[in-house]
Design a protein around this ligand. Structure first.
Ligand code: PMP
Length: 388
């Protein structure tokens, strides 16, 4: 029997063999011609994946939180007003982060499992002069997707910079950064981008770069400072060697491979595939009689599903049994409901067969916990969505 368990959490995810091969290749110098070419190409490809032809890409070693930090550190000056639109744990993190840079932060929180009320946002933008607004595209703690398009339009209308935390969405959920007027879209390597953890990635549009250039004060975070990194990104893209901090050579080579695969698939087919995978998983959960954290299926993410445990069954009972049956799932994250739900990731390299296998493993786990249902009902519901 193959000793392999599917990693179906909302990041890190299963990675493509060619990406892992690039990661395992002998490390070259960070100024070797091959590496300069790979880095330069990765930066060019980011604009295509983000759908932001006028954007400035940044790739820096670190996790998604560093990408959040870079946007905060470079765009906020003490006293700037910032509006955080929170749909869960990562919205709260952004509020805490911006406060560190002495922003004057207002948080607009959605009800748990709900999304952001656009009218409330517009009232707030009309009543106050904000410099920046953050949006969590998919909050990984609730599985709620916020529609960035109308928020980008509001940001343009009111002259407010929009920063999209796309850590759990980018390269999976539909995002058209430039067309939708999003000023910064950020992510990390380990989710739908499809590269093991270790890279903070973001694309900053012209309004964000202009705001950065017109700062009065220097950036209060040395490592995150765009004045240090911008010349490096520009140099590699011009295929010139450069140095500020040693780049994560192997991860960047792996990133270039993964971005190439993403563009080979094509952004539109990729968005459609994620929509299908999310739809299949969520149909299975409903057919099994389990609830979900998002209050409305229309706002449930395509990249992860957040089902609630049946009455009387805990994560401690269920998740090890699902793992023994072949799929690793994640427990809850949102502090208020942590013990009541679990999470299934289905992004990046995830295939239809992975979702079917995961639902099969979930059925085995549920049966092992004594939960009553007709065996196969979840798999059948998923398959109906997958075959269209
Ligand atoms: N934002 C969101 C929406 C996330 O899902 C995560 C990670 N789960 C982060 C930010 C932080 O990313 P990292 O753990 O890579 O620092």
């Amino acid at each position: 029997m193959k000793d392999r368990t599917l990693l179906m959490i909302p990041g890190p995810i299963e990675f493509e063999p060619a990406v892992l091969q690039a990661l395992g290749a002998p490390t070259t110098s960070h100024v070797a011609p091959d590496f300069i070419e790979a880095f330069g190409q990765a930066l060019e490809r980011m604009r295509e994946v983000w759908l932001c032809p006028s954007g400035q890409p940044f790739v820096v070693a670190g996790s998604g939180t560093l990408a959040m930090d870079m946007a905060g550190a470079n765009l906020i000056e003490p006293g700037d007003k910032a509006l955080v639109l929170s749909t869960g744990y990562f919205g709260e993190r952004y509020a805490e982060l911006l406060s560190r840079y002495n922003a004057d932060v207002t948080v607009l929180s959605a009800p748990l499992g709900g999304t952001i009320d656009l009218q409330e946002v517009e009232r707030e933008l009309r009543a106050n002069t904000y410099k920046l607004m953050t949006i969590t595209h998919v909050d990984t703690s609730t599985g709620v997707r916020v529609d960035p398009q109308p928020l980008g339009a509001l940001g343009q209308q009111y002259g407010v910079l929009t920063v999209l935390d796309g850590v759990c969405s980018l390269a999976g959920e539909e995002l058209r950064q430039e067309e939708w007027g999003i000023d910064v879209a950020l992510t990390a390597s380990q989710k739908a981008i499809g590269v093991p953890p270790g890279l903070a990635l973001l694309v900053a549009g012209p309004r964000a770069m202009a705001a950065f250039r017109s700062r009065q004060m220097s950036v209060g975070n040395y490592y995150a400072d765009w004045s240090k990194w911008l010349p490096i990104m520009e140099a590699y893209e011009a295929r010139r060697p450069s140095y500020f901090g040693t780049p994560a050579v192997n991860l960047i080579c792996a990133l270039n491979v993964s971005l190439g695969q993403i563009l080979d698939e094509g952004m539109e087919p990729r968005f459609a595939r994620h929509r299908r995978l999310g739809g299949a998983c969520q149909a299975a959960i409903a057919a099994l009689g389990l609830g979900q954290v998002p209050l409305d299926p229309a706002i449930a993410a395509w990249t992860l599903t957040a089902p609630t445990y049946p009455a009387g069954i805990s994560g401690g009972d269920l998740l090890p049994k699902v793992k023994a049956a072949g799929a690793i799932l994640a427990g809850g994250l949102h502090l208020e409901i942590k013990a009541t739900y679990f999470r299934i990731g289905h992004m990046g390299a995830t295939k239809a067969g992975d979702v079917l296998a995961t639902i099969g493993a979930l059925e085995t786990g549920l049966r092992g916990c004594g939960y009553e249902f007709e065996p196969g009902v979840g798999v059948a519901a998923a398959q109906r969505v997958l075959v269209g």
